[in-house]
Design a protein around this ligand. Structure first.
Ligand code: 5GP
Ligand code: MG
Length: 180
């Protein structure tokens, strides 16, 4: 699983992730009970988190997706966020945007602005991991499972150059190759 020269160190094990995700799902279920909820998943990083989370949100909801990406394969974001076309039911609905990680804040800020133009009843954000860094834009997550320091992580949906998404745990990556 680990690619040549890369080093990984487990930060959050599978059991710890499942426990926190369950608790977060139960909170979201309680908060959105009786409301018209649209969950908007951000591809690709959120898919493992989202699938586990929604198993603990047992109320009626719609699930839609969009694709967000920053250019490049590096461990540092380029700052340019590209979004796919936004499709789904948002007008008059309570929208919960779910992403893997909040770092500079640019991704969720960009998505949030797009959704707000579609007359939703409310827009909130939910992330698996909240990185304790200075944001490039003003945005804090409404729901978060974990807070971590400023390290680069992979696993449980999170990639490094499209690898490691399928790790069942989250690990800190020290890339090998030219960067080490
Ligand atoms: P932001 O737009 O908040 O700077 O960053 C959000 C996006 O950057 C995430 O959806 C993710 O794709 C990427 N990202 C930020 N930090 C990490 C990290 O530690 N590991 C991985 N794999 N991706 C990250
Ligand atoms: Mg991402």
């Amino acid at each position: 699983m680990v690619h040549a020269n890369d080093r990984i160190e487990v930060l959050l094990d599978a059991a710890a992730i499942q426990e926190r995700v369950r608790a977060l799902g139960e909170r979201i279920e309680a908060d959105y009970r009786g409301k018209a909820l649209t969950v908007l998943g951000v591809l690709k990083g959120s898919v493992f988190f989202l699938a586990d989370l929604l198993r603990h949100v047992q109320i009626p909801l719609r699930l839609d997706f969009l694709r967000a990406s920053s250019y490049g394969n590096k461990t540092v974001s380029s700052g340019i966020v590209q979004l796919s076309a936004v499709e789904g039911a948002f007008e008059g609905r309570h929208v919960l945007i779910v992403d893997d990680i909040l770092d500079s804040g640019r991704t969720l800020h960009t998505i949030r602005r797009e959704i707000e133009r579609l007359s939703p009843a409310s827009v909130k954000t939910c992330v698996l991991v909240d990185k304790k860094v200075e944001r490039a834009v003003e945005l804090e997550a409404d729901y978060r499972a974990f807070e971590i320091p400023n390290v680069f992580i992979v696993g449980y949906g999170l990639d490094y150059a499209e690898h490691y998404r399928n790790l069942p745990y989250i690990a800190v990556l020290s890339p090998g190759g030219a960067e080490s």
